[in-house]
Design a protein around this ligand. Structure first.
Ligand code: SF4
Ligand code: SF4
Length: 422
């Protein structure tokens, strides 16, 4: 398929991998809002319970403690090279590691209003869509007839295989909550998207009746991105806000968060994180508390200190390299990839040869090589080359034979434009 990359050969498959719970930690760093606009409800030496709201962000969205323990202090660390973030440091009460969330009785009788309130109060976010609070998506569709309810279980990025494992292990939970949402909103067209894998598709079909369509799509990068997937499914371009077209799309991990909130009465305090790459010995899918340090996770997966040359968060294609492994798992962290020397080998950068490969591969039909000479002040050219349409997928960088700094340039330009907007 044109404009997509076949990357599966990069992926380290591991059949017998399963989700491991890893909570063995002495302290956590609960991340506060990036924009530094939050209200903190706790102070030094306060005892905090697991799942308690410790702060709220600028949108009044709750920030929870993932552990029980004592508030030590607020510290600041560089998250990315140029972005600082504050954290609440909590010393874990090792005698109180059990979660005391009690299953919600009669969740089946919740009204739409009550359901939306739970999504808001329990901090459910769709990380595939610029960290949008999920209740907002539902709010927009509350009184409309939803035309299509799509659950996105596709993962097309190298080294990531968390979604499939979640599907196999949490099918009962997924089934309960999907059927609940279908009933509550009286939905008719339900599609679950998975990679082109017959075994996985048959597994789904055992658990859902025929009214739920299981759609297999090719594992091509970056087809998992919401709007590209919609274009592929309906052979038509839609505007970015799918709710305008009465389409509700949720990522499968987000559906699991909804299950935890609605049925288990549990806010989002843990993350399923894929840990992979040649710089570690034990590739794993871990369930860890938000705020656990990346260093603790890497040590648990036996990372080779001398062999590991770079740590990348979330994705090799459009993720972030981090240089400080004392940083914690954030709400949006889904993968930690430890690369060895071979994988990080720097290819010498030559002059752009105008080969056009970056153009061929761009899923948004842009001309990435033109971005190399753009300046934030050159508003005309930014418009002319549709820079705002770039989804930062990294495909152009991956394909470029002369290793032009495309990803770096795009990141820099986006950051500068964001600053101007603020
Ligand atoms: S792929 Fe690289 S070398 Fe080829 S046109 Fe694009 S920027 Fe230039
Ligand atoms: S990063 Fe932007 S310009 Fe490059 S391929 Fe992806 S969408 Fe196109």
């Amino acid at each position: 398929m044109k404009n997509f990359l076949e990357l599966h050969y990069w992926k380290k498959e591991k059949d017998e991998i399963e989700i491991e719970h890893f909570f063995d930690v002495e302290e956590v760093l609960i991340p506060l809002d990036f924009k530094e606009k939050y209200t903190i409800y706790k102070q030094k030496n306060d005892y905090i319970h697991m799942g308690e709201v410790v702060a709220k962000d600028i949108n009044n969205f709750p920030i929870f403690s993932s552990v029980a323990g004592t508030f030590i202090e607020i510290i600041e660390k560089n998250y990315k090279k140029d972005k600082k973030i504050k954290y609440i440091k909590i010393k874990v009460d090792i005698k109180n590691k059990k979660n005391n969330f009690k299953k919600r009785k009669n969740y089946e009788n919740l009204t739409k209003k009550e359901f939306l309130k739970i999504l808001k109060d329990y901090g459910i976010i769709d990380f595939n869509k610029k960290n949008t609070p999920v209740y907002k998506k539902f709010m927009k569709l509350k009184d409309d007839k939803i035309k299509h309810f799509i659950i996105n279980g596709l993962e097309t990025e190298p080294y990531l295989n968390g979604n499939n494992i979640v599907i196999y292990e949490k099918i009962k939970e997924l089934k309960i909550i999907i059927n609940f949402i279908i009933k509550l909103f009286k939905l008719e067209n339900i599609i679950i998207i998975i990679e082109n894998n017959k075994e996985l598709s048959n597994f789904f079909k055992i658990h859902f009746d025929k009214s739920v369509i299981i759609k297999r799509v090719p594992k091509l990068y970056p087809l998992h991105k919401e709007n590209l997937l919609i274009k592929y499914l309906f052979k038509k371009k839609y505007s970015r806000d799918l709710t305008k077209h009465k389409i509700l799309m949720l990522n499968i991990l987000c559906v699991l968060d909804i299950y935890n909130a609605v049925v288990e009465n549990k806010p989002v305090i843990e993350k399923i994180v894929s840990v992979n790459g040649k710089g570690i010995e034990k590739p794993s899918i871990l369930l860890v508390p938000i705020g656990m340090k990346i260093k603790d996770i890497l040590e648990y997966c036996f990372y080779y200190n001398n062999k590991c040359k770079q740590i990348v968060i979330n994705s090799l294609m459009d993720g972030e390299a981090i240089y400080n492994i004392e940083l914690p798992v954030l709400r949006e962290t889904k993968a930690i990839i430890a690369l060895d020397e071979k994988e990080t080998e720097k290819i010498k950068s030559y002059k752009c040869i105008n080969c056009g490969r970056c153009v061929e591969v761009c899923p948004m039909n842009l001309v990435p090589l033109k971005f190399l000479d753009l300046s934030v002040k050159d508003v005309e050219s930014i418009k002319k080359y549709n820079f705002d349409k770039c989804i930062s997928c990294g495909s152009c960088q991956y394909i470029c034979p002369t290793n032009q700094p495309l990803r770096e340039t795009i990141y820099y330009l986006k950051k500068k434009l964001e600053e101007i907007d603020e």
